[in-house]
Design a protein around this ligand. Structure first.
Ligand SMILES: [Zn+2]
Length: 205
């Protein structure tokens, strides 16, 4: 892509198509949002949440960063969580990782990459917690795949212990935290069967 002309052309086409099918769509959309799902995913360009779920504008409240990490000290992701859970009152929080994640691979290889090393330290913590299980896998690919899955599991844990999520559960809010992983090779989402919807379940994680 030499310049952004393709971006503007595509955007015009996209808006025209929607208006053709639903003339009031943008007028209604401008009034406000009430998405059901907060989606935490990786910034990787190959994992676009709305496209791979075929959901439209207004359906997903999204936060993406390198390797879908949500540290308690990160004011950015914690602000997103607070707004989505406490104000928008989403009913589902999805933590979606993906196999072949560059952030997870970099953390595994422990390279010196500069500023990003601080961020990757969050993922290295996951490795230290689960080192035996990861290293117990036969091949390099299997080790990295398991590392990607365990990173999702740890972020579900972080999410479930977030004060905003706990407050929501205490108030009786219907809220479930899910762990998913996306397979770049098949285009499919795999459910890691991690579903937490109460303080009691979070305590058992
Ligand atoms: Zn990634």
């Amino acid at each position: 892509m030499e310049n952004l002309s393709q971006v503007f052309e595509n955007n015009q086409q996209w808006a025209d198509n929607i208006k053709q099918q639903q003339p009031d769509f943008f007028k209604e959309s401008a009034k406000g949002q009430s998405p059901d799902i907060l989606w935490i995913g990786c910034s990787d360009s190959r994992v676009p949440p709305a496209q791979l779920t075929e959901l439209g504008p207004g359906d997903l409240f999204v936060h993406r960063n390198i390797a879908n990490v949500i540290p308690h000290s990160d004011i950015n992701s914690q602000s997103v969580i607070q707004y989505a859970v406490s104000v928008l009152k989403v009913r589902h929080v999805v933590i979606c990782g993906h196999y072949g994640c560059g952030g997870v691979t970099a953390a595994y290889e422990d390279d010196n990459l500069g500023l990003i090393d601080n961020w990757l330290a969050n993922i290295e913590d996951v490795y230290r917690t689960h080192q035996d299980e990861i290293e117990g896998r036969a091949s390099e690919e299997e080790k990295l795949n398991r590392f990607c899955e365990l990173n999702v599991q740890e972020q579900v844990k972080n999410m479930s212990h977030s004060p905003f999520v706990k407050q929501a559960w205490e108030a009786g809010q219907d809220l479930t935290v899910h762990g998913l992983i996306y397979d770049l090779k098949s285009g499919l989402l795999n459910d890691l069967d991690i579903k937490i919807n109460s303080i009691e379940e979070a305590a058992n994680l």
